[in-house]
Design a binder for this molecule. Sequence first.
Ligand SMILES: Nc1ncnc2c1ncn2[C@@H]1O[C@H](COP(=O)(O)OP(=O)(O)OP(=O)(O)O)[C@@H](O)[C@H]1O
Length: 600
Amino acid sequence: MAPMLVYLKKLHAFAGRKLYVNLIGTMVVSTLEGIGIFLLAPMLSLIGLLDSSAGGIPFLSSAAEPLQSLSSGLQLPVVLAVFLILLLGQGLLQRHLTNLNSELEQGFIRYLRLDIYKGLLQSNWAFFLKKRKSDFIHHATTELPRVSFGVFMFLRLSTTFLFTLIQIGFALWLSAPLTIAVLLCGLALAVFSRSRVKKSRMIGQETTELMQRYVAGMTDHFNGIKDIKSNRMEKQHLTWFGALCDRLERNIVQFTRLQSASQFYYKAASSLLIACFVYFAFEVIHVQAELLLFIVLIFSRLWPKFSALQSNLEQIAQSIPAFRNLWELQQEYEAAQEPELSELPAGGSAMRAVQGFEFRDVYYRYDRNHGSYALQAVNLRIPANRMTAIVGRSGAGKSTLIDMLIGLVQPERGQVLVDGKPLAASDSFALRRAVSYVSQDPFLFHESVRDNLSIAAPDASEDRMWEALRFAAADVFVKKLPQGLDTVLGDRGVRLSGGERQRIVLARAILRKPSILILDEATSALDSEHEASIQEALERLRGSMTMIVIAHRLSTIRGADQIVVLDNGTIVQRGGYTQLSGDQDGLFGRLLAYQARASV
Ligand SMILES: Nc1ncnc2c1ncn2[C@@H]1O[C@H](COP(=O)(O)OP(=O)(O)OP(=O)(O)O)[C@@H](O)[C@H]1O
């Protein structure tokens, strides 16, 4: 129940006064409906079906009295007009409430979406390392609407409950013994149905798990569609997917069956009760036929409320696991918010390293409980405005070192210093504003080349964009694209090769005019000709920015001021290209030799 309270509070914070207008409006609609039904009494009395002098029916004589003063020809039209006005008024109000309710519900979904997305964006990198991307998609697309549905179902339950109380009050007035008898029967049925609420919750838990697997599976499969097709794995994936879809189908049908069975039990009980009451009231305690008719009328209104309450309860129970799931994610990312930031920084000044960076006896493990060290005993200086190359075998810790430099991960032991001062977690935004980072797996949005570039520098002119594209040796192929800079890339537009993608991402990085440029295997997909032209362009930037380059192709780092060789998370060699390549027994020398043999 606690997670549900959290989201009810959020709804309260979001909707404020509108929420109460909605709740009170719903109550008014229900009451008007009740009054409309009570008006049936004078109507029936006027057309002679009911004796208005019958003392056993409350309201009837008092409702009939004012009518007596009217001429007989007017009485029925007046009653019918009041009846019509009431029901039309109720209809109009209902329409208004339906619209308001939809605005509230959709607004609340938007509010939750933004709240969650912003919370996720402000979470630290360690949080993303632990989570699967598909889980976020699952939470945003499946769990969030379930939570919103659950919240509004709870509101509906509350108003139905209140209105049921009012109707019980009327019913008690009409006939206390019969009402108490009906309530006892309702209670017995509710107790009998408790296990169904529990079952709904179990089904809801299974829905959550199955949907999580469904979204994760779909994401994985379509991320790996090339592997699937080229290795003819379609059949295995289809079998897996088919089995999961079967389970999803069974899960939903199971819940519908449970709900329809509950509704049937309530309906069957209601028919049985009405039959018993009529028999008992008519044959045993001999109440007036008019009163009996009225009692049947009231209970035929009251009983559906009981079954609606049961249905609401089952639906809420079914959505409870989604509340828990979303709340757990929210707690996780709230604990992982980047420090001292309540808002995402829009602009602000970038940090400028004058002397450079220093790693002082740094240790880092991805899993602090039982993982091996990704970095250990790292002592390293990275001078400002020089080019530092980091090399080593796969898994040596190169990317981890970079992530730590830009404050994405923090040392478990030791310190990272900028110009001699420890890099506080709160400085990392200022630092990252100075950085352009091109990762191993460059990412382009499904937008035009222009949009992809201006994400990095919204104010950049077209001339500056072409200049950056020239730098990255991308100008020639962009000019040849069907709409040049305005060509849409990706699924809906032109597909680029790996090397073309890398060059646009490199242009984007340069467009930002960074003071620190980090290239993590950023030219690995390029042919030698394009790579050479980028090397020349980088050479021209030398001295104007700090460059850190991770490279497997060692020929590309000949010009580096310092080369750092990592192995198993530790620095095993450091020096200039000529010095390191001269040491045949060192790791650098051996890596060079392997590459020389491989290229023969
Ligand atoms: N998210 C992660 N969770 C757990 N371990 C990780 C994670 N990322 C990297 N590692 C581990 O940390 C070590 C260093 O990885 P890192 O990615 O820094 O190596 P790398 O030198 O950049 O490798 P490559 O050249 O293949 O990209 C490896 O043993 C790797 O398995």
